[in-house]
Design a protein around this ligand. Structure first.
Ligand code: GTP
Ligand code: MG
Length: 639
């Protein structure tokens, strides 16, 4: 039996016309049907319009062979099959590029040596940083350099590229010069490419094979679908997880169609099984190829279609401008790109330093709503974001959380596996503007499958907003008590706020003790320190300001459903139901009720704030949320 081939996928990415397709052609010995711009539209426009697949193979290099004794016996003459994924370069095709980048193990960034880094080279580098682990920079078109100055120009560009890579995760990646099609389009086909054997050697030495795992549910990213007369419909793609064998049932989840695998091929060679990482054509019967252009095929019922998702988010530093809650982005999930509206949120202030968790979303925790994604450092967008959130009462003291999340609501449902890569971009931005259109990336931690997720799932998402309210001290009762007013309305049930912490503008901390009279006034207990003169006596604040931050659940603040995303409610509606009667208070707030006697010593209240709790985790409209007096959060440490 011939040795089985070990397959790796190498992406060919770069700016338009840098020579990616020419390079793929120069490297390849076998091509799939759609490779090398064979489609008529590609020929007509002279650009690559879709992913092209081709491959070459080399003897499996020593560093990729299993160590003696480790794993199964090495096969005779094992070979390394390098599948090249030739991506389009045109800016308008970036969704295709992102789709291509997600199935590659190594990226070749093709640079026109006469031009250097161009806008889409930079975007490709960003995509590479998100989606793959290894990079090789290929300086193409070296034949265009004047003969006497060739080497100096190559050295200069190599240095430049090394410098560019310095600030990326590809620092120190190799740079190699080639001429994939010397003489350009008009040169005779006989003109041999230059530097190709050296490039193959370099690629072979750089390639590492990610651990391929045949277990787990089968999932394949399909990039082409076509029919073959007398055979059936062929779907070609790359296996992202698991394995598949002849006769297995596979599902096209977007269409809810299940078919049996009739035959399979890897680069024109029939095979009976394939595993993660393999490039494969699957033939099924009775399936109209027009129904699927690209997408996913999987083991039946292993994937789900989601209407919204909770994702972890990281801003792409090259993206100019803030990432704002409620903004719409193009969201790429696998090969699908749909519009989605985002709501950013971060950890509750007491868990800012929690280590990021990238494989699950914890619904039992509380989170803090953010007007914008928060960036560290002197980024003006970050400063702006911090200001906006400060205004909204968020108490982060200029600190950036270790992890931030977003709720993404898709305009059209998407079908995807859990933990898949998500990229948010602004593809409507001017492609000539020389700006990075990729805004953020993240991991899909939890998909919301129910169409009515706003009612069924979002109430369990505890995203809150801190609010502040100011009142005044009307008079000082004694060493440890003041009477305050203008914080509540006459009809407010102040009993619901007993235990909330307040801070006097003179710095003392206190806690709301009780209502005082019938006109919305209240008594504040200011503990002071025993054995010392009361702080109040020292300062005698005639009129001090009080402020109360409030929390309001924002998770289902869905503007397009008629509510408002900013739960900036007055304190007055807080007279409604008791926390215990609220259906969503049980659980989240159980056992976490506010202290009625005053803040414990460990509770820290930032200056200038009266800590109050007005958190809502209610369902339905924002009005419901905002009228729910939710007290549990009032006792948390807020810094
Ligand atoms: N002189 C010279 N021309 C080249 C070389 N490689 C490619 N070209 C020419 O550059 C043009 C673009 O080549 P392609 O391979 O189509 O470039 P591409 O990067 O795949 O283009 P898109 O996929 O549309 O972004 C063609 O006219 C090629 O003949 C080279 O090494 N030297
Ligand atoms: Mg091309």
């Amino acid at each position: 039996m011939a040795g089985r081939r070990v397959n790796v996928n190498v992406g060919v990415l770069g700016h338009i016309d840098s020579g990616k397709t020419a390079l793929a052609r120069a490297l390849s010995t076998t091509a799939s049907t759609a490779a090398f711009d064979k489609q008529p539209q590609s020929r007509e426009r002279g650009i690559t319009l879709d992913l092209g697949f081709s491959c070459f193979s080399v003897p499996l290099p020593a560093h990729l062979r299993p160590a003696p004794g480790a794993g199964p016996e090495p096969e005779p003459e094992p070979r390394l099959q390098v599948t090249l994924v030739d991506c389009p370069g045109h800016a308008s095709l970036i969704r295709t590029i992102i789709g291509g980048a997600q199935i590659i193990d190594l990226m070749m960034l093709v640079i026109d040596v006469t031009k250097g880094m161009q806008t889409q080279s930079a975007e490709c580098l960003v995509i590479g940083q998100i989606a793959c682990q290894k990079l090789v920079v290929v300086l193409n078109k070296t034949d265009l350099l004047p003969e006497g100055k060739k080497q100096a120009a190559i050295d200069r560009m190599t240095k430049k590229m090394q410098k560019t890579l310095e600030s990326t995760k590809f620092r120190g990646a190799p740079v190699i010069p080639v001429a994939a099609k010397p003489g350009g389009p008009d040169a005779p086909e006989t003109e041999a490419p230059q530097g190709i054997p050296e490039l193959i050697e370099l690629l072979t030495s750089q390639i590492s094979i990610p651990t391929r795992d045949p277990s787990g549910p089968f999932l394949m990213s399909v990039d082409h679908c076509f029919s073959i007369k007398g055979q059936g419909t062929v779907m070609t793609g790359t296996i992202l997880s698991g394995s598949v064998s002849l006769g297995d049932s596979v599902e096209i989840p977007a269409l809810k169609v299940v078919r049996k695998v009739k035959s399979m091929q890897m680069f024109h060679t029939p095979v009976s099984s394939a595993v993660q990482g393999d490039r494969l054509g699957i033939c099924v019967t009775q399936f109209d190829p027009k129904l699927l252009e690209r997408g996913l095929v999987c083991a039946p019922e292993s994937l789900h279609t989601v209407h919204a998702a909770l994702i972890s988010v990281e801003k792409i530093p090259y993206f100019r401008g803030p990432l704002q809650t409620k903004a719409k982005f193009h969201i790429t999930v696998g090969h699908e790109t749909v519009m989605g509206r985002v709501m950013f949120f971060g950890p509750a202030p007491d868990s800012l330093d929690r280590e990021p968790v990238l494989d699950s979303f914890d619904f039992s925790r509380e989170y803090l709503f953010q007007e914008q994604y928060l960036c560290p450092g002197p980024d003006p967008a970050a400063a702006h974001a911090a200001k906006a959130d400060e205004k909204a009462g968020q108490v982060l003291a200029g600190r950036c959380p270790q992890q931030q999340w977003a709720l993404v609501e898709f305009e059209k449902p998407v079908t995807c596996p859990r933990l898949c890569l998500v990229i948010g971009s602004r593809l409507d931005a001017d492609i000539h503007a020389n700006t990075c259109r990729l805004a953020f990336h993240g991991v899909l931690l939890h998909g919301l499958e129910d169409r009515n997720y706003a009612e069924s799932a979002l109430p369990t998402l505890r995203v809150y907003k801190l609010k502040q309210k100011h009142g005044v001290v009307e008079r000082v009762l004694d060493d440890h008590s003041v009477i305050g007013r203008s914080l509540f309305k006459k009809e407010t049930n102040i009993q619901l706020f007993v235990g909330l912490r307040v801070q006097l503008s003179t710095g003392e901390l206190g806690v709301i003790d009780s209502a005082f009279g019938q006109s919305g006034k209240f008594k504040v207990h200011v503990p002071g320190k025993s054995g010392k003169k009361s702080v109040l006596n020292t300062h005698v604040p005639q009129i001090s300001h009080l402020s109360a931050p409030r929390h309001a659940c924002c998770a289902h603040a869905k503007p397009r459903r008629g509510g408002t995303a900013t739960p900036a409610c007055p304190l007055t509606p807080l007279r409604t139901a008791s926390p215990h009667s609220h259906p969503h208070l049980e659980g989240p707030f159980r056992g976490g009720g506010p202290s009625r006697t005053g803040p414990g010593p460990e509770r820290h209240v930032p200056r200038g704030a009266l800590r109050g709790a007005v958190a809502g985790a209610g369902r339905g409209s924002m009005a419901d949320v905002l009228t729910s007096p939710l007290k549990g959060l009032g006792t948390r440490s807020c810094m």
